[in-house]
Each structure stands twice: as structure tokens, then as C-alpha cells.
Design a binder for this molecule. Structure first.
Ligand code: DQA
Length: 146
């Protein structure tokens, strides 16, 4: 069965209570439910992971290289700082969809810079929790196009 890794970076475990006026009221658990529902509709499997630790996210990307067909990643603040995460994504053959709840280009200027974009096939940002469902659709499109 087609399988997609959905990887979530630092502070996303605080969704729901974290700056809800910016990130919305959905918790990460609610977002996982949205992903599982969409995955079921698409007939695919997902692995949904979160870590606050850069190295753990890198390990998850390396592990995924054997197991999944695509990677969807909301690297959160590491998006703007982590050459190591970018290198990890470049080291695996799967298509990569970069994802953000918010439109990072309409926020502070430091959020417009993304290292992840240099390793991503495409980017979805600004659609809130629904962006996760859109990212699964996009990732499946990339797998099918391969
Ligand atoms: C985010 C945007 C990042 O700039 C921020 O650091 C996050 C979340 C988003 O989903 O909008 O933690 O990736």
C-alpha cells in the first residue's frame, strides 16, 4: 500500500493552545485525525510523527527512506534554520512536500526564508489544518507522476 510520512517539528505539539489567533484551534491530535480521514479516502497509509528535536526528525527521515513513498513535512521553526534537515531531505529519494499552517510569506521576514524549500518538490502554506489534507493529495500526485 502507498505510504506517506507526515513529519511535524518543534512546538506543533502545542497546537490548539499555542497562539490560536495565528495557528487556529486544532490540536495536533485533531490534525492527525484530518490526515487519517483523508488517507482513508485516498486509500493510502500514513505515518504521523512529531518531535521537538532536530536529530529525531533527521532520524525519522533516514528511517523513512526504506519505508514510505513520500514525505510531507511541517518543519516549523527548523524550516528557517536547519541546514541539517534540508540535507537529510536531500539524502532520500522520495518526493517531499513542504507544509505550513500559516502563509509564512505574510509574516515576519525571517519566516520567508526556508531551507526546506531547497529540498522540497512543492510547498503548501496558508490553508491551516486543511493544508495537511491538501499536502497528502499533492504528495500522492507526485508519487503517481514518478
Ligand atoms: C509553521 C510556520 C513557522 O514559521 C513556525 O515557526 C511554526 C509553524 C506553520 O505551520 O505555519 O512553528 O511551520
Amino acid at each position: 500500500m502507498t505510504s506517506i510520512l507526515v513529519l511535524n517539528g518543534p512546538n506543533l505539539n502545542m497546537l490548539g493552545s499555542r497562539e490560536p489567533e495565528i495557528y487556529g484551534s486544532n490540536s495536533l491530535a485533531a490534525i492527525e485525525k484530518i490526515c487519517r480521514k483523508r488517507a482513508k479516502e485516498l486509500g493510502i497509509d500514513i505515518e504521523f510523527l512529531h518531535s521537538n528535536h532536530e536529530g529525531a526528525l533527521i532520524d525519522a527521515i533516514h528511517d523513512a527512506s526504506e519505508k514510505v513513498d513520500a514525505i510531507v513535512i511541517n518543519a516549523a521553526a527548523y524550516t528557517h534554520t536547519s541546514v541539517a534537515l534540508m540535507d537529510a531531505l536531500k539524502s532520500v529519494p522520495q518526493p517531499v512536500v513542504e507544509l505550513h499552517l500559516t502563509n509564512t510569506h505574510r509574516r515576519e521576514s525571517f519566516r520567508a526564508k526556508s531551507y526546506i524549500s531547497l529540498a522540497a518538490d512543492g510547498i503548501i502554506c496558508g490553508f491551516g489544518a486543511n493544508g495537511y489534507a491538501l499536502a497528502l493529495d499533492a504528495a500522492l500526485g507526485l508519487i503517481d507522476a514518478k
